[in-house]
Design a protein around this ligand. Sequence first.
Ligand SMILES: [Zn+2]
Length: 278
Amino acid sequence: MFKHYVRGILIVVLLMVVMPMALAEEEEIAPEDRIENWKGKTVLIFTPHPDDDTFQCGGIMSILAKNGNKVVLVIYTNDNKGSLDLEMTSERLARIRRREEEEACKVLGVPKKNIHWLGYEDGDLEYADPQRLRGEAARFIKIYHPDAIFSIDPGEEHERWHKTDHRMAAFITQDAFIAAEWHLYYPQHYLDEKLESFRVPLVYYYYTTAPNYEVDITEVIDKKIEASAKHVSQFPPSVEKYTPDMPKETYAGIDAHFKEMHKDGDRYIEIFRRLVNP
Ligand SMILES: [Zn+2]
């Protein structure tokens, strides 16, 4: 009974992170230009909640960190609403979600100091001041001058099913690319902090319906699963009645689900829409 229940909840939770695996024709990219082969670069990942990054990009995050790249996260919300536990409070949930994200990132090789929290309330990103939000995102682009950015795909088809926070994070990050490029948007970034404008050269979109790039994550699939399972409060039984411990059955369910989701023949892959900024 418990197993069925766990499976049912897991399907609900994880359906939100399942992506179609059909890949458009992948363009020819020189091996040294493939992100999974990068060394010494900087990658900025924008995520609406502290788990979308792990579920969608955990494999490439782990590979990038292992290869000596700097992986930095900007997390829009504190994810403090998604609990069915009647004794849970938003303040406590925010603390739990923060700790879980830090633990997940640690498994993937990303230190706590590389995680930036914008601190918006879960579900409220749509209601934040867009101009201010865009400036906050653009500021991080100007601080890090990243070689690539990861963000939710704002593509047309996607907008319809994107949940709250995801829609806004997708559009705001996209708009921040443009704002970061021109110094007259948010001139205070330079005047106050000497942050120079920057043109984002390359974007990898996750939660995409038009993937054109795949990364072999076979060597790190277990790391990705371990990191995903650090988000204990997102899964049963913790989502119903919080406990910091995850039952073996839940871990096994996550393990099976992620392996199925990422399976491509005899390997595991993550998929993205790669866009070179022309
Ligand atoms: Zn999310």
